[in-house]
Design a protein around this ligand. Structure first.
Ligand code: DX5
Ligand code: ZN
Length: 220
């Protein structure tokens, strides 16, 4: 039976009650905290920065999965390590020297992730797949929570899974955007290992039960 990892996206939490929401994720079956950092340049939105991330990591008791939607991520790698990131994911489209960036992330003791926008073909990662701990396939255009899932994502997951298998890599496949009970099982069947869920989890009446439900329907 597959243990699909569930990563609630803190972007959809109640920021006026952030500690309460973090404690609820702590006591749930969620595996990771997914944390979106946006700079208003790479994406047309600004989320939050270092002080808020530091406050989250002080209370969160699970893997800290940081998704950087920023230009020039290299200059902040050390800071994110110091703030407690376990995984640091940069965007393929924001990195000119992606291989170098991944090595710099690992040198700070973090897992190195690469996120790809909906228009980016997974084949572009083939030459460095063995250097990537996590590929985050964006199933919406990055920048906002609560958007509709892009159906072409299933095909991208299958293609990426084939590349990973072909190169005998241990890379995890994460899906980010519009994930819910409607598409979770199909994504796992296609090869997904980690599902990010923002609006579906935080918009529900009972976060703990919603996460337990996702764990159950993805244990294929
Ligand atoms: C979008 C972010 C996502 C977002 C997902 O740019 O990267 O992590 O919070 O939210 P939902 O699950 O609501 O689409
Ligand atoms: Zn994200």
């Amino acid at each position: 039976m597959k243990n699909t990892l569930i990563a609630p996206s803190v972007l959809s939490a109640d920021f006026a009650n952030l500690q309460r929401d973090i404690e609820m994720i702590n006591k749930s079956e969620a595996d990771w905290f997914h944390i979106d950092i946006m700079d208003g340049v790479f994406v047309p939105n600004i989320s939050f920065g270092m002080p808020v991330l530091g406050a989250i990591t002080r209370h969160a008791k699970k893997t800290i999965d940081v998704h950087l939607m920023i230009v020039n991520p290299d200059q902040y790698i050390k800071t994110f390590a110091e703030l407690g990131a376990t995984n640091l994911t940069v965007h393929f489209e924001a990195c000119t020297h992606l291989h170098r960036t991944l090595q710099a992330i690992k040198a700070e003791g973090m897992k190195a992730g690469v996120a790809i926008n909906p228009h980016t073909n997974v084949s572009l990662l083939e030459d460095i797949i063995n250097d990537i701990d996590l590929v985050c396939i964006m199933s919406v255009n990055p920048g906002f929570g609560g958007q509709s899932f892009i159906e072409n994502t299933y095909a991208k997951v299958s293609q990426l899974k084939n590349i990973i298998t072909k190169h005998n890599a241990s890379t995890l496949i994460e899906i980010d955007g519009g994930v819910s009970d409607k598409n979770a099982a199909k994504l796992v069947t296609a090869g997904a290992d980690v599902l990010v869920a923002g609006n579906y989890v935080f918009g529900s009446d009972n976060l703990v039960e919603t996460i337990a439900g996702l764990k159950k329907i993805t244990a294929l």
